[in-house]
Design a protein around this ligand. Structure first.
Ligand SMILES: NC(=O)c1ccc[n+]([C@@H]2O[C@H](COP(=O)([O-])OP(=O)(O)OC[C@H]3O[C@@H](n4cnc5c(N)ncnc54)[C@H](O)[C@@H]3O)[C@@H](O)[C@H]2O)c1
Ligand SMILES: [Zn+2]
Ligand SMILES: [Zn+2]
Length: 361
Protein backbone atom coordinates (compact mmCIF):
# COMPACT_ATOMS: atom_id res chain seq x y z
CA UNK A 1 0.00 0.00 0.00
CA UNK A 2 1.44 3.40 -0.96
CA UNK A 3 1.91 5.62 2.10
CA UNK A 4 1.24 9.31 2.63
CA UNK A 5 3.79 11.35 4.59
CA UNK A 6 4.80 15.00 5.06
CA UNK A 7 7.55 16.50 2.89
CA UNK A 8 9.13 19.90 2.13
CA UNK A 9 8.45 20.89 -1.48
CA UNK A 10 9.75 23.74 -3.66
CA UNK A 11 6.89 24.32 -6.08
CA UNK A 12 8.30 27.14 -8.17
CA UNK A 13 11.48 29.15 -8.67
CA UNK A 14 12.32 31.45 -5.78
CA UNK A 15 9.07 30.75 -3.90
CA UNK A 16 9.14 29.82 -0.22
CA UNK A 17 8.99 26.09 0.36
CA UNK A 18 5.86 24.45 1.79
CA UNK A 19 4.98 21.25 3.60
CA UNK A 20 2.94 18.95 1.38
CA UNK A 21 1.52 15.46 1.57
CA UNK A 22 3.76 13.09 -0.38
CA UNK A 23 2.78 9.71 -1.75
CA UNK A 24 5.47 7.04 -1.38
CA UNK A 25 5.04 3.84 -3.41
CA UNK A 26 5.91 0.47 -1.91
CA UNK A 27 9.53 -0.35 -2.75
CA UNK A 28 10.05 -2.31 -5.95
CA UNK A 29 13.07 -4.44 -6.93
CA UNK A 30 16.28 -2.59 -6.05
CA UNK A 31 14.42 -0.05 -3.89
CA UNK A 32 14.02 0.73 -0.20
CA UNK A 33 11.76 2.99 1.86
CA UNK A 34 13.77 4.75 4.56
CA UNK A 35 12.27 6.44 7.64
CA UNK A 36 14.27 9.68 7.93
CA UNK A 37 15.63 10.57 11.36
CA UNK A 38 17.69 13.65 10.45
CA UNK A 39 18.45 15.71 7.35
CA UNK A 40 20.83 18.69 7.10
CA UNK A 41 19.97 21.85 5.16
CA UNK A 42 22.61 22.15 2.41
CA UNK A 43 23.28 25.11 0.13
CA UNK A 44 22.34 22.88 -2.80
CA UNK A 45 18.72 22.67 -1.54
CA UNK A 46 18.58 26.43 -1.82
CA UNK A 47 20.16 26.24 -5.31
CA UNK A 48 17.28 23.90 -6.32
CA UNK A 49 14.66 26.23 -4.85
CA UNK A 50 16.18 29.11 -6.81
CA UNK A 51 16.11 27.20 -10.10
CA UNK A 52 19.91 27.11 -10.18
CA UNK A 53 20.13 23.35 -10.80
CA UNK A 54 17.33 22.71 -13.30
CA UNK A 55 13.69 23.51 -13.97
CA UNK A 56 12.13 20.20 -12.94
CA UNK A 57 9.81 21.71 -10.32
CA UNK A 58 8.27 20.66 -7.98
CA UNK A 59 11.29 19.46 -6.01
CA UNK A 60 11.15 17.33 -2.88
CA UNK A 61 14.10 18.92 -1.05
CA UNK A 62 16.64 17.47 1.41
CA UNK A 63 19.51 15.11 0.64
CA UNK A 64 21.90 15.05 3.62
CA UNK A 65 20.23 12.42 5.73
CA UNK A 66 20.36 9.41 7.99
CA UNK A 67 17.54 7.06 8.90
CA UNK A 68 16.35 3.52 9.32
CA UNK A 69 15.33 1.20 6.49
CA UNK A 70 11.62 0.49 6.85
CA UNK A 71 10.92 -1.80 3.91
CA UNK A 72 12.75 -3.23 0.90
CA UNK A 73 11.52 -4.44 -2.48
CA UNK A 74 11.39 -8.03 -3.77
CA UNK A 75 14.79 -9.71 -4.05
CA UNK A 76 16.70 -7.02 -2.11
CA UNK A 77 19.54 -8.49 -0.03
CA UNK A 78 22.05 -5.64 0.42
CA UNK A 79 19.99 -3.82 3.07
CA UNK A 80 17.23 -4.99 5.42
CA UNK A 81 14.49 -3.36 7.51
CA UNK A 82 15.99 -1.97 10.72
CA UNK A 83 19.40 -1.07 9.20
CA UNK A 84 20.72 2.37 10.22
CA UNK A 85 21.88 4.05 7.01
CA UNK A 86 23.28 7.28 5.64
CA UNK A 87 21.74 8.14 2.27
CA UNK A 88 24.18 8.85 -0.56
CA UNK A 89 23.89 10.32 -4.04
CA UNK A 90 26.53 8.01 -5.47
CA UNK A 91 24.97 4.55 -5.76
CA UNK A 92 27.55 3.16 -8.16
CA UNK A 93 26.45 1.07 -11.16
CA UNK A 94 29.43 -1.29 -11.43
CA UNK A 95 29.09 -1.32 -15.21
CA UNK A 96 29.96 2.09 -16.68
CA UNK A 97 33.41 2.74 -18.16
CA UNK A 98 34.65 4.34 -14.93
CA UNK A 99 33.41 1.51 -12.69
CA UNK A 100 34.95 -1.02 -15.09
CA UNK A 101 38.28 0.81 -14.87
CA UNK A 102 38.20 0.28 -11.10
CA UNK A 103 37.23 3.88 -10.31
CA UNK A 104 33.66 3.60 -8.99
CA UNK A 105 34.07 6.89 -7.09
CA UNK A 106 33.67 8.60 -10.49
CA UNK A 107 30.74 6.36 -11.59
CA UNK A 108 29.00 7.98 -14.59
CA UNK A 109 25.65 6.14 -14.20
CA UNK A 110 24.67 6.22 -10.53
CA UNK A 111 21.34 4.69 -9.43
CA UNK A 112 18.22 6.30 -7.99
CA UNK A 113 14.80 4.77 -7.27
CA UNK A 114 12.95 3.76 -10.44
CA UNK A 115 9.45 4.58 -9.18
CA UNK A 116 8.37 8.14 -8.55
CA UNK A 117 7.13 9.88 -5.42
CA UNK A 118 4.19 12.20 -6.11
CA UNK A 119 1.88 14.79 -4.62
CA UNK A 120 -1.64 13.52 -3.82
CA UNK A 121 -2.92 14.81 -7.21
CA UNK A 122 -0.39 12.59 -8.98
CA UNK A 123 2.14 15.36 -9.80
CA UNK A 124 5.55 13.72 -10.02
CA UNK A 125 8.17 15.10 -7.62
CA UNK A 126 11.86 15.55 -8.44
CA UNK A 127 13.79 14.48 -5.34
CA UNK A 128 16.88 16.67 -4.68
CA UNK A 129 19.98 14.77 -5.80
CA UNK A 130 17.78 11.70 -6.28
CA UNK A 131 17.07 11.53 -2.54
CA UNK A 132 14.40 13.96 -1.21
CA UNK A 133 14.74 13.59 2.56
CA UNK A 134 12.99 16.56 4.15
CA UNK A 135 10.11 14.15 4.74
CA UNK A 136 9.08 11.44 7.16
CA UNK A 137 10.02 8.70 4.70
CA UNK A 138 11.59 8.54 1.26
CA UNK A 139 12.04 6.04 -1.56
CA UNK A 140 15.60 5.40 -2.80
CA UNK A 141 17.67 2.81 -4.65
CA UNK A 142 19.16 0.35 -2.18
CA UNK A 143 22.67 1.38 -3.31
CA UNK A 144 21.87 4.83 -1.90
CA UNK A 145 21.69 3.34 1.60
CA UNK A 146 25.06 2.94 3.29
CA UNK A 147 24.98 0.99 6.56
CA UNK A 148 26.97 2.54 9.40
CA UNK A 149 27.34 1.92 13.14
CA UNK A 150 23.94 2.77 14.71
CA UNK A 151 25.67 4.22 17.78
CA UNK A 152 26.18 7.47 15.79
CA UNK A 153 23.75 10.37 16.37
CA UNK A 154 21.57 10.61 13.23
CA UNK A 155 21.88 14.41 13.03
CA UNK A 156 25.69 14.15 12.91
CA UNK A 157 25.85 11.00 10.76
CA UNK A 158 23.51 12.38 8.08
CA UNK A 159 25.89 15.25 7.34
CA UNK A 160 28.29 12.77 5.75
CA UNK A 161 25.60 12.31 3.09
CA UNK A 162 26.62 15.54 1.34
CA UNK A 163 28.47 18.68 2.45
CA UNK A 164 30.71 17.32 5.18
CA UNK A 165 31.73 14.37 3.00
CA UNK A 166 32.40 16.78 0.11
CA UNK A 167 34.75 18.85 2.28
CA UNK A 168 36.51 15.95 4.00
CA UNK A 169 36.99 14.23 0.65
CA UNK A 170 38.19 17.41 -1.09
CA UNK A 171 41.15 17.33 1.30
CA UNK A 172 41.65 13.59 1.82
CA UNK A 173 40.67 12.13 -1.57
CA UNK A 174 40.90 14.81 -4.27
CA UNK A 175 43.67 16.93 -2.73
CA UNK A 176 45.41 13.85 -1.34
CA UNK A 177 46.68 15.89 1.60
CA UNK A 178 49.48 14.03 3.39
CA UNK A 179 51.52 14.25 6.57
CA UNK A 180 53.33 17.55 6.90
CA UNK A 181 51.53 19.22 3.98
CA UNK A 182 50.53 22.88 4.09
CA UNK A 183 46.89 23.57 3.20
CA UNK A 184 44.72 26.66 2.67
CA UNK A 185 40.91 26.50 2.64
CA UNK A 186 38.90 29.35 1.11
CA UNK A 187 35.41 29.60 2.63
CA UNK A 188 34.65 28.28 6.10
CA UNK A 189 31.07 27.10 5.82
CA UNK A 190 30.17 23.47 6.46
CA UNK A 191 32.09 22.33 3.40
CA UNK A 192 35.22 24.39 4.08
CA UNK A 193 35.33 23.45 7.76
CA UNK A 194 35.03 19.80 6.77
CA UNK A 195 37.99 20.29 4.41
CA UNK A 196 39.90 21.72 7.39
CA UNK A 197 38.93 18.72 9.52
CA UNK A 198 40.00 16.39 6.68
CA UNK A 199 43.36 18.14 6.33
CA UNK A 200 43.93 17.73 10.06
CA UNK A 201 42.98 14.03 9.94
CA UNK A 202 45.40 13.54 7.05
CA UNK A 203 48.27 15.06 9.02
CA UNK A 204 48.67 18.54 7.51
CA UNK A 205 51.08 20.66 9.56
CA UNK A 206 49.76 24.09 8.53
CA UNK A 207 46.06 24.68 7.83
CA UNK A 208 45.12 28.24 6.86
CA UNK A 209 41.42 29.18 6.93
CA UNK A 210 40.25 32.09 4.77
CA UNK A 211 36.84 33.75 5.13
CA UNK A 212 35.33 37.25 5.27
CA UNK A 213 33.49 36.59 8.51
CA UNK A 214 35.44 36.55 11.80
CA UNK A 215 32.86 34.33 13.46
CA UNK A 216 33.39 31.69 10.74
CA UNK A 217 37.15 31.97 11.22
CA UNK A 218 36.75 31.36 14.94
CA UNK A 219 34.71 28.20 14.26
CA UNK A 220 37.33 27.08 11.71
CA UNK A 221 39.95 26.98 14.48
CA UNK A 222 37.79 24.47 16.31
CA UNK A 223 37.98 22.12 13.31
CA UNK A 224 41.77 22.37 13.04
CA UNK A 225 42.79 25.64 11.35
CA UNK A 226 46.25 26.60 12.61
CA UNK A 227 46.00 30.12 11.13
CA UNK A 228 43.15 32.33 9.95
CA UNK A 229 43.03 35.07 7.33
CA UNK A 230 40.19 37.54 6.91
CA UNK A 231 40.17 37.97 3.12
CA UNK A 232 38.20 41.21 3.44
CA UNK A 233 40.86 42.93 5.52
CA UNK A 234 44.05 41.27 4.26
CA UNK A 235 45.45 40.14 0.92
CA UNK A 236 44.82 36.41 1.33
CA UNK A 237 47.47 35.32 -1.19
CA UNK A 238 50.20 37.45 0.36
CA UNK A 239 49.32 36.37 3.88
CA UNK A 240 49.34 32.67 2.90
CA UNK A 241 52.78 33.10 1.30
CA UNK A 242 54.05 34.77 4.49
CA UNK A 243 52.76 31.91 6.58
CA UNK A 244 54.50 29.34 4.38
CA UNK A 245 58.02 30.73 4.16
CA UNK A 246 57.20 32.73 1.03
CA UNK A 247 56.24 29.62 -0.95
CA UNK A 248 52.48 29.08 -0.83
CA UNK A 249 50.63 25.93 0.21
CA UNK A 250 50.87 22.39 -1.11
CA UNK A 251 47.07 22.15 -1.40
CA UNK A 252 44.67 25.09 -1.85
CA UNK A 253 40.96 24.22 -1.53
CA UNK A 254 38.22 26.54 -2.82
CA UNK A 255 34.95 25.88 -0.92
CA UNK A 256 32.83 28.85 -2.02
CA UNK A 257 32.37 28.66 -5.80
CA UNK A 258 33.58 32.13 -6.83
CA UNK A 259 36.05 33.04 -9.60
CA UNK A 260 37.95 35.50 -7.38
CA UNK A 261 38.59 32.98 -4.62
CA UNK A 262 39.50 30.33 -7.19
CA UNK A 263 42.13 32.72 -8.55
CA UNK A 264 43.39 33.36 -5.02
CA UNK A 265 43.66 29.61 -4.47
CA UNK A 266 45.59 29.32 -7.72
CA UNK A 267 48.15 31.97 -6.69
CA UNK A 268 48.35 30.86 -3.04
CA UNK A 269 49.70 27.47 -4.10
CA UNK A 270 53.35 26.40 -4.06
CA UNK A 271 55.06 25.14 -7.22
CA UNK A 272 53.77 21.67 -8.14
CA UNK A 273 50.92 22.15 -5.66
CA UNK A 274 47.27 21.22 -6.10
CA UNK A 275 44.17 23.41 -6.37
CA UNK A 276 40.89 21.70 -5.48
CA UNK A 277 37.56 23.27 -6.45
CA UNK A 278 34.74 21.93 -4.26
CA UNK A 279 32.58 25.10 -4.24
CA UNK A 280 29.93 25.06 -6.99
CA UNK A 281 30.08 27.91 -9.54
CA UNK A 282 27.00 29.18 -11.32
CA UNK A 283 26.80 28.66 -15.08
CA UNK A 284 27.62 32.29 -15.97
CA UNK A 285 30.95 32.54 -14.11
CA UNK A 286 34.29 32.70 -15.89
CA UNK A 287 37.88 32.43 -14.67
CA UNK A 288 40.75 34.17 -16.43
CA UNK A 289 44.31 33.05 -15.67
CA UNK A 290 47.59 33.65 -17.53
CA UNK A 291 48.13 30.48 -19.56
CA UNK A 292 51.87 30.55 -18.89
CA UNK A 293 51.20 30.48 -15.12
CA UNK A 294 49.03 27.38 -15.48
CA UNK A 295 51.95 25.71 -17.24
CA UNK A 296 54.78 27.27 -15.28
CA UNK A 297 53.55 26.43 -11.80
CA UNK A 298 53.08 22.76 -12.60
CA UNK A 299 50.99 20.66 -10.24
CA UNK A 300 47.30 19.98 -10.63
CA UNK A 301 43.99 21.83 -10.94
CA UNK A 302 41.24 19.45 -9.80
CA UNK A 303 37.50 19.51 -9.15
CA UNK A 304 35.90 17.53 -6.38
CA UNK A 305 32.39 16.17 -6.77
CA UNK A 306 31.16 14.84 -3.44
CA UNK A 307 34.76 14.73 -2.26
CA UNK A 308 35.45 11.90 -4.73
CA UNK A 309 33.97 9.66 -2.07
CA UNK A 310 32.98 6.03 -2.35
CA UNK A 311 30.18 5.83 0.22
CA UNK A 312 30.65 2.11 0.97
CA UNK A 313 34.34 2.73 1.73
CA UNK A 314 34.22 6.17 3.34
CA UNK A 315 30.99 6.46 5.39
CA UNK A 316 31.54 3.50 7.77
CA UNK A 317 35.20 4.47 8.23
CA UNK A 318 34.38 8.11 9.00
CA UNK A 319 31.59 7.11 11.40
CA UNK A 320 34.08 4.88 13.22
CA UNK A 321 36.50 7.81 13.52
CA UNK A 322 33.62 9.95 14.79
CA UNK A 323 32.67 7.39 17.43
CA UNK A 324 36.32 7.18 18.53
CA UNK A 325 36.40 10.95 19.03
CA UNK A 326 38.85 11.55 16.18
CA UNK A 327 36.43 13.39 13.86
CA UNK A 328 34.15 16.02 15.32
CA UNK A 329 30.88 15.87 13.40
CA UNK A 330 28.77 17.22 16.27
CA UNK A 331 30.08 20.78 15.94
CA UNK A 332 28.75 21.05 12.38
CA UNK A 333 25.23 20.83 13.83
CA UNK A 334 24.45 24.46 14.69
CA UNK A 335 20.78 23.78 15.47
CA UNK A 336 18.12 21.12 15.14
CA UNK A 337 14.77 22.16 13.65
CA UNK A 338 11.42 20.75 12.53
CA UNK A 339 10.26 20.29 8.92
CA UNK A 340 8.36 23.59 9.18
CA UNK A 341 11.56 25.61 9.73
CA UNK A 342 13.43 24.80 6.50
CA UNK A 343 12.54 28.13 4.87
CA UNK A 344 13.87 30.05 7.88
CA UNK A 345 16.99 27.84 7.84
CA UNK A 346 17.70 29.01 4.27
CA UNK A 347 17.69 32.60 5.52
CA UNK A 348 20.00 31.74 8.42
CA UNK A 349 22.36 30.11 5.93
CA UNK A 350 22.30 33.22 3.74
CA UNK A 351 23.05 35.40 6.77
CA UNK A 352 25.98 33.15 7.72
CA UNK A 353 24.53 32.30 11.13
CA UNK A 354 24.86 28.52 10.92
CA UNK A 355 27.14 25.79 9.64
CA UNK A 356 24.24 23.37 9.41
CA UNK A 357 20.61 23.49 10.49
CA UNK A 358 19.47 19.89 10.76
CA UNK A 359 15.86 18.77 10.48
CA UNK A 360 15.13 16.12 13.09
CA UNK A 361 12.09 13.86 12.74
N1 LIG B 1 31.41 19.66 -4.72
C1 LIG B 1 30.41 19.12 -4.04
O1 LIG B 1 30.12 17.94 -4.17
C2 LIG B 1 29.62 19.97 -3.08
C3 LIG B 1 28.77 19.40 -2.13
C4 LIG B 1 28.07 20.23 -1.23
C5 LIG B 1 28.20 21.61 -1.34
N2 LIG B 1 29.04 22.14 -2.29
C6 LIG B 1 29.24 23.59 -2.47
O2 LIG B 1 30.25 24.05 -1.58
C7 LIG B 1 30.09 25.46 -1.39
C8 LIG B 1 30.13 25.79 0.10
O3 LIG B 1 29.02 25.21 0.74
P1 LIG B 1 28.69 25.57 2.28
O4 LIG B 1 27.51 24.77 2.65
O5 LIG B 1 29.94 25.46 3.08
O6 LIG B 1 28.28 27.10 2.07
P2 LIG B 1 28.29 28.33 3.08
O7 LIG B 1 27.50 29.39 2.40
O8 LIG B 1 27.89 27.85 4.43
O9 LIG B 1 29.84 28.76 3.21
C9 LIG B 1 30.51 29.62 2.33
C10 LIG B 1 31.54 30.43 3.14
O10 LIG B 1 32.31 31.23 2.23
C11 LIG B 1 32.52 32.51 2.81
N3 LIG B 1 32.79 33.46 1.72
C12 LIG B 1 31.92 33.99 0.83
N4 LIG B 1 32.57 34.82 -0.04
C13 LIG B 1 33.87 34.79 0.32
C14 LIG B 1 35.06 35.42 -0.19
N5 LIG B 1 35.01 36.24 -1.25
N6 LIG B 1 36.24 35.17 0.42
C15 LIG B 1 36.31 34.34 1.51
N7 LIG B 1 35.22 33.72 2.02
C16 LIG B 1 34.03 33.95 1.44
C17 LIG B 1 31.24 32.79 3.58
O11 LIG B 1 31.45 33.74 4.61
C18 LIG B 1 30.91 31.39 4.14
O12 LIG B 1 31.49 31.19 5.42
C19 LIG B 1 28.76 25.82 -2.07
O13 LIG B 1 29.06 26.32 -3.36
C20 LIG B 1 28.05 24.47 -2.18
O14 LIG B 1 27.10 24.44 -3.23
C21 LIG B 1 29.76 21.35 -3.13
ZN1 LIG C 1 29.41 3.17 -12.81
ZN1 LIG D 1 24.33 18.98 -0.45
Amino acid sequence: MPQQVRGVVARAKGQPVSIETIVIPDPGPGEAVVAIQACGVCHTDLHYREGGINDDFPFLLGHEAAGVVEAVGPGVTDVAPGDFVILNWRAVCGQCRSCLKGKPQYCFATHNATQKMTLTDGTVLSPALGIGAFCDKTLVATGQCTKVNPAARPEAAGLLGCGVMAGLGAAMNTGNVGRGDTVAVFGCGGVGDAAIAGARLAGASVIIAVDLDDRKLEWAKGFGATHTVNGGREDAVERIRELTGGNGVDVAIEAIGLPQTYEQAFYARDLAGTVVLVGVPNPTMKVELPFIEIFGRGGALKSSWYGDCLPSRDFPMLIDLYLQGRLNLDDFVSETIGLDAVEEAFHKMERGEVLRSVVVL
